[in-house]
Design a protein around this ligand. Structure first.
Ligand SMILES: [Zn+2]
Ligand SMILES: [Zn+2]
Length: 138
């Protein structure tokens, strides 16, 4: 056995680190995509991570529901969840936005109605006030 071959046996196929650095290297077969190779425990963990991640929102295995993703408009308020939850949230959000837009448009489209109503109420108050003032005069 050449030294070169021995090195290979003791090194992780992924990160190329030796077992003296990263601990025991094991022959690993990925049950999900059939990958086979000599991997260190760190690389195995990294490979399995996407399959063991649980969606914090629906508490299901994320990879079975499109994988892990996130939802949010800026990195500060990104919310981790599976793709399915993102889609559900987006659908809900778009409905909410559409409803908001409808209300906004309603106000915009009927601004003259609101204006007339406001003027009407104001003139009513003025009329009432002048009536009260007129009555309080001796
Ligand atoms: Zn490795
Ligand atoms: Zn989910």
């Amino acid at each position: 056995m050449s030294i070169e071959h021995k090195r290979e046996e003791n090194a992780c196929a992924k990160c190329k680190k030796l077992n003296t650095e990263v601990g025991p290297i094991t022959h690993y077969t990925d049950p999900h995509d059939g990958y086979e190779g000599l991997l260190c425990s760190e690389c195995i963990k990294r490979r399995e991570k996407p399959y063991t991640e649980i969606c914090p929102k629906c508490k299901k295995l994320a990879y079975k529901h499109g994988g892990m993703s996130f939802y949010g408009e800026s990195p500060e308020n990104f919310e981790d969840m599976c793709v399915e939850c993102v889609m559900k949230k987006e659908e809900k959000e778009s409905k909410r936005k559409a409803r908001k837009l409808r209300i906004k448009n309603f106000v915009k489209d009927h601004w003259n109605v609101w204006l007339i109503a406001t003027i009407g109420i104001l003139s009513l108050i003025i009329a009432l006030l002048s009536l009260i003032i007129a009555q309080s005069k001796p």
